[in-house]
Design a protein around this ligand. Sequence first.
Ligand code: UDP
Ligand code: MN
Length: 251
Amino acid sequence: STPFIYFVTPTHFRAAQKADLTRLSYTLSHVPNLHWIVVEDSDSLTSSVAEILKRSRLPYTHLNARTPSAQKMKYTDPNWTLPRGVEQRNAALLWIQNQLSGVGSGVVYFGDDDNTYDLKIFEEMRKVDNAGVWPVGIVGGMFVETPVLADNGSIISFNSIWKPDRPFPIDMAAFAVNVTLILSHPNALFSFDVPRGYQESTFLENLGIDRFNMEPLAEKCTKVYVWHTRTEKSKLSKGMVEKLTKKTGFN
Ligand code: UDP
Ligand code: MN
């Protein structure tokens, strides 16, 4: 039978949230055996996200986990000042540990709400026995950030130019791991306490993965099936920013 994909999406309120989630829901609705875990960065579930989930007709789980105020970026902060999605991805990992123990099959992927996904990436991630890896487009200052393979298909290096000395110099969108690995490593979580760019590395190291033994997918890492596109921050009038601040409780 086709292994289930648990597609974990942290999401936070901003002007383009519904637009990004609507587009993502239309992508995911083409994928069989996919369970969408959406974790809102908020104090409670919102009806606008609930409606998108319902209309997607996908199997889903709707959670919320608010980023602590001290870790929360202000609207005007550049995007890189603080880690994003930490609390939300951890909430999803705890849900997986609680709900899927004993299920024992399936694949977990962290799919942000503003990336672009070729449907082919889902068939690639279903092949993952332990931890799979593939190229990502438009990330880390490159057209394509990717593992580099030897002729025999094994990973020999990574082409990354941004912080290339990271244990795993790859983006969140570049990998998926088997559910069994998550279940056997309950302490493998994301953290606010790691240097910028080290979320992926910390998590994958805690899972006991060897970067050179990951399963290279997407036709031996020659194809790009996911792009780290970013939705431009909406240019809002002062009044609109005030409204948004009111709604989120942050400034
Ligand atoms: N996100 C969140 N809370 C925040 C900022 C971001 O839950 O305060 C979510 C966001 O909706 C996205 C993911 O975390 O799904 C990554 O954020 P973003 O796309 O802004 O990061 P980048 O693409 O710059 O790495
Ligand atoms: Mn993004």
